[in-house]
Structures are given as structure tokens and as C-alpha cells.
Design a protein around this ligand. Structure first.
Ligand SMILES: [Zn+2]
Length: 114
């Protein structure tokens, strides 16, 4: 999936995709209860995981982090991003430029900051 050029569009897509995954998962939970069967539960879990992976991949391709100490943006490795602790304004990373452990500020990778 192509990352849009504007931050607003990116955030909207992220929100819509998250809501869709939640609704999708809820629909499967309801189906599991209604049919008293594990098949919808399994199907829901598998498809929701796939959507979550797509969402995570989309998020990864659209964000970068800015070190508050040296002000240089960087893109962490996928594994580091998944493991990183989430803070109010960003995530904890070791800055690749200054080597300090900082709470890097999340920012959009595209060029338009609207
Ligand atoms: Zn730094």
C-alpha cells in the first residue's frame, strides 16, 4: 500500500484501518457466539492478524522518529519499532546519530506536514 504524501491523509487511513479491524474482529466474535463454533473464532483471529500486519507495515512505511537531542530524523528497524516502549509523545530508542537512549518524537516520513 502506497503511503500518501500528506500527514492528514496518512493519519486518517491509519484511524479508518484500525476501526475496520476492530469492527471485523467484533463481527467474528458475534459469529462465534451465535454459532457456538470455534471455526469463526479461528477465521476471525487469522484474518484480523493479517489486517493488523498490513496496518503495522503501513505505519512503519509512513513514520520516522526525531531525536530530541540532535534533532535528526531516523527510521528504526522494524523489530526495534515493535519492541520499543510507547510514551506520550514518542517511543524510546537509541539514537543512531548520538547514541543516546532518548524518547524520540514520532513524525511523518512524507514531505507535507499539514
Ligand atoms: Zn540523537
Amino acid at each position: 500500500m502506497k503511503v500518501p504524501k500528506s500527514k492528514k491523509k496518512f493519519n486518517t487511513i491509519m484511524r479508518v484501518m484500525t476501526v475496520c479491524i476492530i469492527v471485523w474482529l467484533l463481527a467474528w466474535i458475534v459469529a462465534t457466539i451465535l454459532y457456538a463454533s470455534v471455526i469463526p473464532a479461528i477465521a476471525g483471529a487469522i484474518t484480523s492478524c493479517l489486517f493488523a500486519i498490513i496496518l503495522a507495515e503501513f505505519y512503519y512505511s509512513g513514520v520516522q522518529f526525531v531525536c530530541p537531542d540532535c534533532n535528526i530524523g531516523f527510521v528504526p528497524k522494524r523489530a526495534d519499532l515493535m519492541k520499543s516502549i510507547h510514551f506520550k509523545r514518542g517511543r524510546k530508542f537509541t539514537c543512531p546519530t548520538c547514541g543516546k537512549e532518548v524518547v524520540a518524537i514520532e513524525s511523518f516520513r512524507g514531505d507535507e506536514e499539514d
